[in-house]
Design a binder for this molecule. Structure first.
Ligand SMILES: Cc1cc2nc3c(=O)[nH]c(=O)nc-3n(C[C@H](O)[C@H](O)[C@H](O)COP(=O)(O)OP(=O)(O)OC[C@H]3O[C@@H](n4cnc5c(N)ncnc54)[C@H](O)[C@@H]3O)c2cc1C
Length: 480
């Protein structure tokens, strides 16, 4: 492999990992005039912002929407000429699939006023129907109980906060399905301040959990909390890659970085095809890979290696079932852990959620995406072979949507598996990130970015990557 410096003047930077974080960091460095090479181990750029083809439709295989709480993603889309493709999803909302005493299981609309399934109003008349009368009365104590030491504890899980304020049934039946479906995590494992930033400050201000949630919802921009791109979010990664190449960056796919070493003058980055010298590196892989690559140079990192996150499997089905035109369960269904006989943790009815996709699929034709694996180490749902997952998806989709879907209805299907792609902001993670950042800051010409440090979700990842890329560019240009 050639040297990272393609032109004699100007520092060179090698970016390891061509997910959205690596690509965004690359953009900041290229715009600053640096010589950038991005090395990506897989055959395509974009990481979890990926596409797949089913029944002639190009669909998102990973991220399919973004939070509208900031202008981060729209700003990037506009820079890339994609601003006119931003679309809001159908406001029909999602449903919950719960264990029920009477019929074994039941599907109910998810209250839309909450955050991560936490209701904003514990007096909502729909609540007893969702969690039972006794549990609803217990949830009401949130308005009366003193906040005690919940606000002062250094590390507290989201589950502990919900349980203490609104009781175990709100946690089990409302919050756990949403957190499991959206973040592939158990609320008891998640740091409340990472999962719901600002929630504890709002509790201090408003005196209860429900009031804090209500105030946060009111403060959010009007309209839906998420948006997407007509044609799919994967276009963000492909447009970014094309723009980088147009602006002079070198993008190399199928180049897994095997070793990174500090040298007297910079860094050596080694892949299967050779070694390259460079002035600086940005490590933008998943957490375990980043720590493994850097430990020979920064041995202190080894103690903070994050755990490997168990796989999540997505089964996408394109089906011809005209009964689904009626959108029986809104934009999809989140499944409670104890719902009997159910292996999927969530179903997205993509052709209801996105009008543009319904138009492309045509009447009677539907795209369903079922996800398996709640992120727990002992969760085997995502480990099954493709054929077994396919059959499970058909059965679960029929039960979740209340419409029989058989193999004869399926036009196309596939399974996409993601490992280490949804890192958890577990208790203690913030301290770990601070220690890792401090250790990395001591190494000249090194930057780290990616969801494992920034937090899951495109907004956090893109903000952090742009910030780290710009910071490195400033350091390199000032140091020259
Ligand atoms: C199924 C799924 C659905 C999601 N849905 C949403 C959503 O709707 N909205 C939202 O905001 N967020 C969503 N997310 C989260 C969001 O997509 C991620 O937080 C974000 O894309 C992470 O970007 P990243 O660049 O940090 O990591 P990644 O996308 O994981 O990129 C890391 C890259 O590094 C590469 N790499 C690893 N090791 C090496 C090596 N040794 N050498 C070279 N390259 C290497 C990998 O191949 C990968 O391409 C979803 C994630 C998943 C998995």
């Amino acid at each position: 492999m050639s040297r990272g410096k393609q032109v004699e003047a100007g520092p060179a930077v090698v970016i390891i990992g061509g997910g959205i974080a690596g690509l965004c960091a690359a953009r900041e460095l290229v715009v600053a005039g640096l010589h950038v090479t991005v090395l990506e181990s897989s055959a395509v750029f974009g990481g979890s912002v990926a596409s797949h083809e089913l029944a002639g439709l190009t669909l998102d295989a990973g991220a399919e929407s973004f939070s509208t709480r900031s202008d981060t993603v729209p700003a990037l889309a506009r820079e890339l000429g994609l601003g006119n493709l931003i679309r809001t999803p159908n406001g029909a909302g999602a449903w919950l699939y719960l264990r029920s005493a009477e019929s074994g299981s039941t599907a109910v609309p998810l209250p839309q006023s909450g955050i991560l399934g936490i209701p904003a109003d514990v007096r909502d008349p729909a609540l007893p129907g969702l969690i039972g009368r006794a549990a609803s009365l217990r949830a009401g104590l949130d308005r009366a109980l003193p906040l005690g030491n919940l606000l002062n504890q250094d590390q507290l899980s989201l589950g502990a906060v919900v349980r203490a304020r609104m009781g175990p049934e709100v946690l089990k039946r409302l919050v756990a399905p949403v957190v499991g479906g959206v973040l592939s995590a158990d609320p008891d494992d998640l740091d409340v301040d990472a999962a719901a930033p600002g929630l504890r400050a709002m509790m201090r201000k408003h005196g209860s959990l429900g009031a804090a949630v209500g105030a946060m919802r009111k403060a959010a921009p009007a309209g839906t909390a998420v948006a997407g791109l007509e044609g799919g979010m994967h276009q963000l990664a492909s447009a970014l890659s094309q723009r980088l190449e147009r602006d002079g960056a070198v993008l190399r796919a199928s180049e897994r970085v095997q070793r990174v070493q500090r040298t007297a003058n910079g860094w050596t980055v080694t892949t299967r095809t050779g070694a390259m010298q460079t002035d600086a590196v940005v490590v933008a892989t998943d957490g375990p890979t980043a720590v493994d690559l850097l430990t020979p140079t920064v041995p202190g990192l080894a103690d903070d290696r994050p755990a490997v996150v168990p796989a999540v499997a997505l089964v996408s089905l394109v089906v011809d079932v005209p009964e689904l035109d009626a959108a029986p369960r809104g934009t999809g269904v989140l499944v409670a852990r104890d719902a009997p006989g159910m292996r999927a943790k969530a179903l997205t009815h993509a052709t209801v959620k996105w009008l543009w996709l319904a138009e492309r699929a045509g009447p009677g034709s539907h795209v369903l995406r079922l996800s398996f694996g709640r992120g727990a180490v002992d969760d085997e749902a995502a480990q099954q072979p493709d054929a077994d997952l396919y059959l499970a998806a058909l059965q679960d989709a029929s039960a979740l949507l209340g419409v029989e879907i058989t193999q004869a209805d399926v036009v196309d299907w596939d399974v996409v598996r993601w490992t280490n792609a949804l890192p958890h902001a577990t208790l203690g993670h913030r301290d770990r990130v601070a220690r890792i950042r401090a250790a990395a800051a001591a190494e000249p010409g090194l930057e780290l970015t990616g969801a494992w440090l920034a937090g899951t979700g495109l907004v956090a990842v893109i903000d952090n990557a742009r910030d780290r890329g710009a910071a490195l560019a400033r350091r390199l240009l000032v140091d020259r």
